[in-house]
Design a binder for this molecule. Structure first.
Ligand SMILES: *Cc1c(COP(=O)(O)O)cnc(C)c1O
Length: 358
């Protein structure tokens, strides 16, 4: 049977050992006689799963003790509205537009208050992070919102602007846990789970505790970060099974050697693909070298009339979901933590073969 490699941008590939463990524990979790899906969220079994999942995430990301970790629902997009509701109060907020996801964040947040777009790479077709010296930051902003890995166009931040104390709110959905970060540089880090963590629908929010007092009275309780922080994310029934899978992924990351080791593997995978793309003019990636994402690698065939043939041939080789985002076109290989280097090697081999044949 052909080995399958899934390059989907999300929902995306999960580590096989995680799926196998979920399968083994499906009917009877640790001798409880129940599936995790059937457990009371307030029972001792699930409470132990939640506590371990949070503790493991704190270790992996080295989360300081003055940050709360929340397990919410509604994916990353729900937070587009909840960020202004929880943080804006009567102030304005700064947003950088570096791709389709941060543009969507601006659109969604604009319903809740004054949003200033302080930088944009839209006229460069989202191929870079604009130089920080050009950002028009406001010193009285409630926060600065950035998307540190733009999943559609494959643009990743490698550093952050100096905001002179204005908290940075970062959408890290598509590269959280792929590289070490200094959590203390951020006010809020959030991410939908379906790229590097687990099932769609779950959103992880890491928030500095001094930012928990600004929520509008209109904030729904299930999305009020302070209320959720005071109730261990259990003001309602949390997405229990998704949290359990996230916990298995965190254990798998630890077994790989943690974030430093996974970053090394991610660098090697991305290098393999970018070096091949750069070695030929049959394929091209248009992102500024410095901002090339390690997780999402869009590329274009010089002759776009071959796109369908490329995708069909890829599928026949077990290389799935390589079609680019509809807003960007071309191809996109998403090579998250769970993509083994064998998958990238198989993709590069196929790209070479396809080039020779055409
Ligand atoms: C996928 C993605 C989202 C959307 O997540 P949902 O779970 O659909 O809400 C938002 N931001 C980024 C950067 C993403 O990659």
């Amino acid at each position: 049977m052909t080995r399958i490699f899934n390059f989907s941008a999300g929902p995306a590939v999960l580590p096989k050992p995680v799926l196998e463990r979920a399968q083994a524990e499906m009917l009877d979790w640790h001798g409880s006689g129940m599936s995790v899906m059937e457990m009371s969220h307030r029972g001792k079994e699930f409470m132990s799963i939640l506590a371990k999942t949070e503790a493991d995430l704190r270790v992996l990301l080295n989360v300081p003790s003055n940050y709360k970790v929340l397990f919410l629902q509604g994916g990353a997009i729900a937070e587009n509205a909840m960020i202004p509701l929880n943080l804006l109060a009567s102030k304005s907020a700064d947003y950088a537009v570096t791709g389709g996801w941060s543009k969507r964040s601006v659109e969604d947040a604009s319903a809740y208050g004054k949003i200033n777009v302080v930088a944009s790479s839209e006229c460069d077709k989202y191929t870079k992070v604009p130089d920080f010296s050009s950002w028009k930051l406001n010193k009285n902003a409630a926060y600065l919102h950035v998307c540190t890995n733009e999943t559609m166009s494959g643009v990743e931040f490698v550093d952050l602007p100096d905001t002179h104390g204005v908290p940075i709110v970062a959408d890290m959905s598509s590269h959280i846990l792929s590289r070490p970060i200094d959590v203390s540089q951020y006010g809020v880090i959030y991410g939908g789970a379906q790229k590097n963590i687990g099932p769609a629908g779950l959103c992880i929010v890491i928030v500095r505790d001094d930012l928990l007092d600004a929520a509008s009275v209109l904030t729904p309780a299930v999305f009020n970060w302070k209320t959720q922080a005071e109730n261990q994310s259990m003001i309602n029934t949390p997405p229990t099974y998704s949290i359990y899978i996230a916990g298995l992924v965190f254990e798998w990351l630890e077994s790989q050697g943690g974030i430093a080791a996974i970053e090394k593997a991610n660098i090697a995978k991305a290098k393999l693909l970018y070096e091949y793309i750069d070695s030929t003019d049959f394929y091209a990636n248009h992102v500024a070298i410095k901002n090339r994402s390690r997780m999402n690698i869009p590329f274009f065939l010089r002759d776009e009339s071959l796109n369908d043939a490329f995708l069909k041939g890829a599928e026949a080789k077990g290389l799935l979901q390589l079609k680019g985002h509809r807003a960007v076109g071309g191809m996109r290989a998403s090579i998250y933590n769970a993509m083994p280097i064998d998958g990238v090697q198989a993709l590069v081999s196929y790209m070479q073969e396809f080039e020779l044949a055409h």
